[in-house]
Write a protein that binds this ligand. Structure first.
Ligand code: SF4
Ligand code: SF4
Ligand code: FES
Length: 487
């Protein structure tokens, strides 16, 4: 370890750490734009300037240098917030904003923009330039998913480095020189095809890179983030699902606008996904905002949940060779509830609720996994996977199948078997089941998923269940209970 002083406090740092890393490890904040813990260090924005004094020198007598690229040395004395440091940061910000439009009032990044934060912390003065600002492209379609405002870009190159160092598509670069510099995609369309492209939106420290689906959709201070897990594949990336705060509910508009997924961002978990997710994880609204099943059915006829449960109980009690197809989207808590109630009564197999879409990337070396279900690992601890030929799971005298979750073709069921179906979505199969019971989705309840590496991640409820919908755990307990018991 190396002993040094930061703002007069004796601290320790590891060999090869930079001053930025040592300061952060010791709880001292140094501002940064271009630096990122998972990217290379270009040292181009200069906002992380600190003062370093030699032995015997006091604060104000040292030299100025950037913390992100300066290795710690034994006995060094670092001042992160001296008068000279603050003056240099002010000059740096005045330079960075020379041609910046300062259009924060219409910028989606407002509320999350570090340029705004540092301006108020270190600058706060109007532009010092007497020249007209150099204009650049205001609305450049970087891809189908991302819009670029070149006037707001501070050329930190985080986005460029991400495509070179993380997603490895080498799909962004800097065109031209000086105040004519522009971030641009390479011409072969590689950025459009980059499955991780939306991470540059989070990486951009200013409002230059914005999500097209989220553009002007909501001010971030009207939203709250619910911790969750992406169910898009067995990686189980940790995410935040952003939705409207209850105190900022919109009035006199479609009620769904207050209960929709406004955006999805990564939640850093070094064991699972680090600070990244793939674009599929950003598009979870397309999964969760499909038409919901909210009505219990018996042979396609609407009934109440109690009647459907009574009929399902009769079917379970009468069955001689019942089979259960267990959902790979079920939480560990739901699986435990199933194990404690119905599982001993059934031959159980785990099915894949979701298959890869025809044009979907199956897997890569970064995050994307071939199994497009979040909790296969948790489910196979309860039961064997369904054979590739599903008919092998059904004995010739199988007389009842409980299907839990979507994705199983009823054409593969034994023709003589009765069907109990638990699902969340409005689908034709619901009406073909002898008993259909609507169940909640993961964004409406809390629970845990186990990913393919055995790492368990928690998710919380961000939305209310629709009326008529129950948690699967509640239904299992009711199906296991004596006839006539309430759900
Ligand atoms: S677009 Fe954003 S991330 Fe990319 S160089 Fe400009 S400021 Fe940095
Ligand atoms: S890699 Fe898998 S779990 Fe992670 S965001 Fe993409 S689809 Fe979701
Ligand atoms: S953060 Fe150090 S130079 Fe940009």
């Amino acid at each position: 370890m190396i002993d040094l002083f930061i703002n007069g406090q004796a601290v320790q740092a590891e060999e090869n750490q930079t001053v930025m890393q040592a300061a952060r490890a010791n709880g001292v904040f140094i501002p940064y734009f271009c630096w990122h813990p998972k990217l290379s260090v270009p040292g181009n924005c200069r906002i992380c300037m600190v003062e370093v004094a030699s032995e015997g020198q006091a604060e104000g007598e040292g030299w100025l240098d950037i913390a992100c690229n300066m290795p710690v040395t034994r006995g060094m004395r670092v001042f992160t917030d001296s008068a000279r440091v603050r003056a240099r940061r002010k000059e740096t910000l005045q330079f960075i904003t020379l041609n910046h439009p300062v259009d924060c009032g219409i910028c989606d990044k407002a509320g999350e923009c570090t340029l705004q934060d540092y301006h108020y912390e270190y600058n706060g003065s109007p532009s010092v330039s007497l020249e007209p600002k150099v204009h650049a492209t205001k609305h450049f379609a970087l891809s189908e998913r991302i819009v670029l405002d070149n006037e707001r870009c501070i050329l930190c190159t985080r986005c460029v480095r991400f495509t070179h160092e993380v997603s490895k598509t080498f799909s962004l670069g800097v065109q031209n020189r000086g105040d004519h510099s522009l971030i641009r995609p390479v011409e072969d369309g590689a950025f459009e095809r980059d499955p991780y492209s939306d991470n540059v939106i989070d990486l951009c420290p200013v409002g230059a890179l914005l999500s097209r689906p989220f553009l002007h959709r909501a001010r971030v201070w009207y939203l709250q983030a619910t911790p969750s897990v992406c169910p898009g594949c067995e990686r189980g990336c940790n995410i935040d699902i952003w939705h409207r705060k209850s105190e900022w509910r919109l009035k006199a508009l479609d009620a769904k606008q207050n209960a929709r997924i406004d955006r999805v961002t990564p939640r850093d978990n070094p064991q699972v996904n680090g600070p990244w997710i793939c674009n599929k994880g950003r598009d979870l609204a397309q999964v969760f905002e499909r038409a919901r099943a909210e009505q219990a059915l018996c042979k396609g006829q609407a009934t109440d949940v109690q009647d459907a449960l009574d009929r399902a109980r009769v079917l379970i009690q009468a069955a001689r060779r019942p089979v259960a197809l267990v959902s790979s989207w079920a939480s560990n808590e739901e699986l435990a509830a199933f194990r404690a109630t119905l599982a001993p009564r059934f031959d159980c197999f785990v099915k894949a609720d979701h298959q890869p879409a025809p044009d979907e990337l199956l897997q890569d070396d970064l995050l994307i996994r071939p199994d497009k279900n979040p909790n296969t690992a948790g489910a196979v601890a309860l039961a064997a996977p369904l054979p590739a030929d599903a008919r092998q799971a059904f004995a010739s005298d199988c007389d009842l199948v409980l299907v839990w979750g979507e994705g199983f073709s009823f054409a593969q069921l034994p023709p003589q078997a009765r069907i109990i179906y638990l699902n969340s979505w409005l689908q034709p199969e619901n009406g073909h089941a002898d008993v259909f019971l609507p169940i909640s989705v993961m964004t409406e309840r809390r629970g845990h998923y186990t990913n393919f590496q055995g790492v368990v991640s928690a998710f919380e409820a961000g939305f209310k269940k629709p009326a008529g919908v129950q948690d699967a755990e509640t239904l299992f307990a009711a199906l296991f209970a004596d006839p006539g018991a309430a759900p």
